[in-house]
Design a protein around this ligand. Structure first.
Ligand SMILES: Cc1cc2nc3c(=O)[nH]c(=O)nc-3n(C[C@H](O)[C@H](O)[C@H](O)COP(=O)(O)OP(=O)(O)OC[C@H]3O[C@@H](n4cnc5c(N)ncnc54)[C@H](O)[C@@H]3O)c2cc1C
Length: 383
């Protein structure tokens, strides 16, 4: 869906449907026409520009309000229009939510509100060279020093590395305690001892890189929540954001289906439109069914979060795992239906093909989501 009425009405009310249509129209008008940046350096500049555009349009506001169906609707529209804009949006959520959840008023006013208004670019620094899926194994240390902390360690695969204004960072204040020793800090990019090591370049436009903390000083008030509660803060953030990754995947899949349908109706081979061949129809039918199933899981999770569920871990994991895997299949089928034109770098489905892959990996791989789901099942059945 790029514009028009959202097809999932079961979990949305009239105000959501109006919001969906307005947001989709805005993204189709203001974001979709922007060219894909040709280089990593251009992607970094474009990420800043997109931040300002989305901030002025108040697209980040649902993150501050905790309105999860609206966040999903925004991410769907962005996924369909510009995967880079969606990545910028995701990081504003990941970087700012721990600030809002920790109820640290000073940090909220200093960093959180600017992230929502689109004046400050956020980053979320959790992954390390030796701690990916196994987050509790992270080694970055934060030790007390006078009135604050000194951080030492490295982080890798960090979106917005090198361009963010602040990094919501996870570091251990008690290495012997594992996950229960992890604390969360806001590290401003100009902190003494903070260093952008260098970019990691993807085939999709997405600013990413390595960062290092080398005797990096932050004050005590930059700590979010209590010492040792950072991991819980990170998990609470992922609990809310994972379903919204599924929404972005739905947006990319919807755009791919749209492009495939348009092509299948117009392209003639063997004397008729390829849409009349049953093997093509079978693909289109599977794509549409997969997309609908993915959307139902995504909006079910968001609906539960909007209705006061303390945790939507199971719903979010199902939504993220299913929607991102489905989107990969749908985008791949769209490329196939497009034939040779689908692998040209200039075509929207090629852009989606390069962008959709990472969604199955970040914010917890599909395998980790499946472990979460299986954990719920086996606990419930007492296995
Ligand atoms: C584009 C992109 C942007 C990212 N942005 C950020 C960011 O902004 N901030 C941040 O902190 N991180 C970010 N990441 C990192 C991302 O969160 C990690 O890549 C992810 O958590 C997986 O960690 P890993 O890459 O170390 O893989 P590993 O954990 O080494 O996993 C490798 C493979 O092993 C599997 N595996 C691991 N453990 C198990 C298990 N117990 N059972 C079954 N299979 C298992 C995984 O599913 C995967 O298939 C980003 C990654 C990408 C690709």
């Amino acid at each position: 869906m790029i514009a028009g009425t959202h097809p999932i009405r079961a979990f949305l009310d009239e105000a959501h449907l109006r919001f969906a249509a307005d947001t989709a129209d805005f993204c189709a008008r203001e974001i979709a026409p922007r060219a894909e940046p040709p280089s990593d350096a251009d992607a970094r500049a474009e990420a800043r520009a997109l931040l300002g555009i989305m901030g002025r349009a108040r697209l980040f506001e649902p993150l501050r309000e905790g309105s999860w169906r609206k966040v999903c609707l925004v991410r769907e529209a962005l996924g369909a229009s510009s995967p880079l804009a969606d990545a910028v949006y995701a990081l504003q959520g990941l970087g700012a939510l721990p600030i809002f959840f920790s109820e640290n008023t000073w940090m909220r006013e200093r960093w959180g509100d600017g992230a929502i208004e689109g004046t400050l670019l956020a980053a979320f620094a959790m992954t390390e060279p030796e701690a990916g899926s196994d987050v509790a194994a992270l080694k970055t240390a934060a030790r007390h020093d006078g009135p604050g902390y000194v951080l030492d360690g490295t982080k890798t695969l960090i979106s917005n590395a090198g361009i963010a204004d602040f990094y919501t960072t996870f570091a251990s204040t008690d290495p012997a305690a594992g996950g229960k020793g992890i604390s969360c800090f806001v590290v401003p990019a100009d902190s003494p001892g903070f260093r952008f090591v260098g970019p990691q370049v993807l085939s999709a436009a997405h600013p990413l890189g390595d960062i290092a903390f080398e005797g990096c000083r932050v004050s005590e008030r930059n700590r979010l929540g209590e010492e040792g509660r950072g991991y819980a803060l990170g998990l609470r953030t992922l609990d809310r954001m994972r379903a919204t990754v599924g929404a972005a995947a739905c947006g990319m899949a919807a755009r791919a289906l749209d492009e495939a349908l348009r092509h299948a109706r117009g392209r003639r081979q063997f004397g008729k439109p390829i849409a009349e061949f049953q093997l093509v129809q079978e693909k289109l039918a599977r794509m549409a069914t997969d997309l609908t199933a993915a959307r139902l899981l995504v909006y079910r999770a968001a609906w539960a979060a909007d209705h006061g569920a303390e945790r939507v871990t199971l719903e979010s994991s199902m939504a993220k795992a299913y929607a991102t895997e489905a989107a990969q299949r749908i985008v791949d089928d769209a490329v196939q239906i497009l034939g040779g034109s689908g692998v040209l770098a200039s075509h929207p489905v090629d852009r989606l093909y390069r962008a959709v892959r990472a969604l199955r990996i970040y914010e917890g791989t599909t395998e980790i989501q499946h472990l979460v789901i299986a954990g719920h099942l086996t606990r419930e059945t007492g296995a």
